[in-house]
Design a protein around this ligand. Structure first.
Ligand code: AMP
Ligand code: MG
Length: 346
């Protein structure tokens, strides 16, 4: 079954599937709910370098307070997950063991398990290389060859261990370790926000961090959620609409952060073996699964692995679906993409 309505049929040939942008998904959600008189609480804040929107039903004082707490929990993660703000990262860069802040325990765990599943395509020790490219600064640029070579020597997800008491140790001892959780922390923060909302008894809603999102509960009017997927060639436009019962959708795309030099696009998703922006034909990788942290990390991993291996990884993992937009080709999708996608409620 396919409910895909291509909005730009000539751009990507023979689109056969579902999909679209999250912004549009939440707009659809709100407008339909309003017609039925069910108003959500809706609030937006700037967190982790992106606009985060929370839409939660029904609108009430209780919902507003829960939304506020959900944002606060995301901000706590923001405070701890980025190297420029946290002593934890700085000590590791000097090769010293460092106690893992509690809010990061599950993020690092997720990052290391996706690193292992993807055989290092996703690598949370890429921090020094990421920092050289400077995509989080106003003026990113191409690193010098010798700097890149030195930075690459610090990369390798097996070059650390985590003790049972939560101390992270560079391996071998004294080795500089540049942790980088930017490819997973945003999605994980979405999970934490959703946990806060559901524990507060909120019936239904969606937390959308710049396109990495998680919906929960039964939508008051229709029962499911419509999520859009962006068109890499026209990020204001969408490729189609994905219908999800409850779950997460995260996308990694070459249009999210980049600069151009001599007509070449240098984007922020890096190959851990070369330290260069990945060039394998993939324009975007979208992952659909229950948890947003996992979806986020897997989207980055699949992008790095390329069309064939990336799709194979997503197909192999249980409860995971994916959609790859590849230059000049059909959309590639895992076998479960087609009808509505649902996950067991827990
Ligand atoms: P995302 O937008 O989720 O694909 O994550 C991209 C961000 O993850 C980048 O801005 C870097 O901070 C980091 N990153 C880039 N390449 C990788 C990689 N191969 N493995 C892990 N993290 C990466
Ligand atoms: Mg990611």
């Amino acid at each position: 079954m396919s409910n895909f309505r291509p909005s730009r049929p000539s751009g990507i040939k023979r689109c056969r599937t579902i999909l679209a942008t999250v912004l549009i998904g939440t707009l659809i959600l709100t407008s339909v709910a309003c017609k039925k008189g069910i108003q959500p609480t809706r609030e937006t804040r700037f967190i982790m370098g992106t606009l985060v929107e929370i839409v939660a039903y029904p609108s009430s004082e209780t919902t507003r307070a829960a939304v506020n707490r959900a944002f606060e929990r995301m901000e706590e993660i923001e405070d701890q997950a980025y190297p420029d703000r946290s002593e934890f990262f700085l000590s590791l860069r000097e090769g010293k063991p460092s106690a893992l802040p509690e809010v990061l325990a599950r993020v690092l765990d997720k990052a290391l398990s996706v690193a292992s599943e993807s055989e290092g395509a996703f690598d949370p020790t890429l921090g020094r290389v990421v920092s050289l490219w400077g995509f989080d600064r106003n003026e990113p640029g191409i690193p010098a060859d010798e700097d890149l070579a030195a930075a690459l020597r610090t990369v390798g997800y097996r070059r650390l261990s985590v003790d049972s008491d939560g101390v992270v140790r560079p391996t071998p001892p004294g080795n500089p370790l540049w942790l980088e959780l930017g490819g997973v922390a945003k999605g994980y923060a979405v999970d934490v926000a959703v946990a806060e909302l559901t524990e507060s008894g909120i019936q239904a809603g969606i937390v959308n961090a710049g396109g990495d999102l998680r919906s929960f509960g039964v939508r008051p009017d229709r029962g499911f959620w419509r999520i859009g997927i962006q068109d890499p060639d026209d990020p204001q436009g969408m490729l189609g609409v994905l219908e999800v019962d409850e779950g997460s959708v995260a996308t990694s795309g070459d249009y999210e952060r980049y600069f151009e030099k001599d007509g070449i696009r240098f984007h922020h998703i890096l190959d851990p073996t070369s330290g260069l922006p990945v060039r394998n034909g993939i324009r975007s990788a979208t992952v659909i699964t229950r948890e947003c942290g996992l979806a986020d990390a897997l989207a980055t991993a699949a992008f790095v692995m390329g069309p064939e291996k990336g799709l194979a990884l997503l197909e192999r993992l249980e409860g995971v679906e994916g959609i790859l937009v590849v230059d000049g080709e059909d959309l590639l999708t895992t076998s479960g993409v087609g009808g509505r996608i649902g996950f067991d409620r827990r």
